[in-house]
Design a protein around this ligand. Structure first.
Ligand code: LMR
Length: 334
């Protein structure tokens, strides 16, 4: 009997290293958006490609909806290695100490997606991702969400209507300055808490993309929205630098191919979902959507664009000027 046990034990031991070597590398991909959101669907697309291109040697586990971590905690978890991938909004990198990403938050910085992609697909975008390395992170791609609109329970015809309203924002000093510029009272709050805060009246309003407003059901608790399209919201797909660079080159290459092939799909999902969300929210009749007149738009622009100069010390004048140059945006009159 003893010899049988010994044989089994030896057999198990001889298999054990092989089993460990065969066990897939698990990548936990955490994010805060809803399971039906475009970010989730992009992550699922990436998972399918990544697992196929690595022949199952990598398993991607998706954790949407802040089910593992909220905004701030997920960045800490990635730095500590508790998760391996995230796709946070670039507006959330300021508190980590990488303030330059807040250039993306400057109001009316990008006229359209074409202007934006001159940055995200070019040298500036690459350089900004490179800055994540100082924080133990690696930037792998940009995925769009879209352009933000303002919402509240009162009509917002112009910046003066924001005066005194408590507005939920992401943790970005530029977005904070933008709310102060209208006389609003910015309240930094995790995405997972925004709906509850709006519905209970802890805050009066917010800004977000139509897709986020819809998938988080914010439109159910916001009577008015104005199509300001005043700023961009988008993501950086990131990993832990030590983890990523520690992967074998063939696995890393396969994963990077999966990310590169997912990016245009993710951006197409986002465009479509923002369009569809507006249609759905309008049809629901819960929120009244206001399209600014030319004069109203000019008033929003006049109130918000001074934030560019105000925040130049924080973001870097050079960076702002380089973005103006590549996008063809005229610098605001000084
Ligand atoms: C927000 O906090 O409003 C967004 O960054 C959430 C997201 O991931 O789209």
């Amino acid at each position: 009997m003893r010899s049988v046990v010994l044989v089994f034990a030896l057999a198990w031991l001889s298999l054990a290293p092989a089993r460990a070597a065969d066990a897939p590398i698990v990548i936990k991909f955490s994010h805060v958006a809803a399971p039906q959101s475009h970010k989730s669907r992009a992550a699922e697309h990436f998972k399918a490609l990544a697992e196929r291109y690595t022949n199952g040697r990598v398993r991607i586990e998706l954790y949407p909806n802040s089910q593992l971590y909220k905004d701030k905690e997920e960045l800490e978890a990635l730095q500590l290695g508790a998760v391996q991938m995230l796709a946070p909004s670039v507006s959330k990198f300021g508190p980590l100490g990488i303030k330059a990403f807040e250039a993306f938050d400057l109001p009316y910085m990008f006229a359209d997606y074409e202007a934006l992609e001159k940055v995200t697909h070019g040298d500036i975008g690459r350089e900004l991702l490179g800055r994540l390395e100082q924080k133990g992170l690696i930037g792998l791609a940009y995925w769009n969400n879209g352009f933000k609109i303002l919402s509240a329970n009162s009509a917002l015809r112009g910046p003066d209507d924001v005066l005194g309203l408590k507005m939920r924002i992401q943790a970005s000093k530029v977005i904070e300055a933008q709310m102060w510029a209208m006389g609003g009272l910015p309240q930094v709050m995790a995405f997972s808490e925004a709906y509850q805060a709006l519905s209970s009246g802890v805050v009066d309003g917010t800004e977000n993309t139509p897709a986020n407003m819809y998938t988080q059901k914010m439109y159910e608790v916001q009577a008015h929205a104005t199509m300001t399209n005043h700023g961009y919201l988008g993501y950086a797909v990131i990993s832990n630098h030590a983890f990523w660079t520690g992967l074998s080159p063939d696995i890393r290459k396969a994963l990077e191919r999966a990310i590169a092939e997912t990016t245009p799909v993710a951006n197409a999902f986002a465009r479509q979902e923002n369009d569809d969300a507006l249609v759905e929210m309008k049809a629901s009749g819960r929120t009244t959507f206001h399209e600014p007149t030319e004069a109203e738009r000019a008033a929003w622009v006049a109130a918000l664009v001074p934030v560019h100069d105000e925040m130049a010390g924080r973001i870097g004048r050079d960076l702002i000027d380089r973005i103006y140059a590549v996008t063809g945006r005229k610098a605001p009159a000084r």
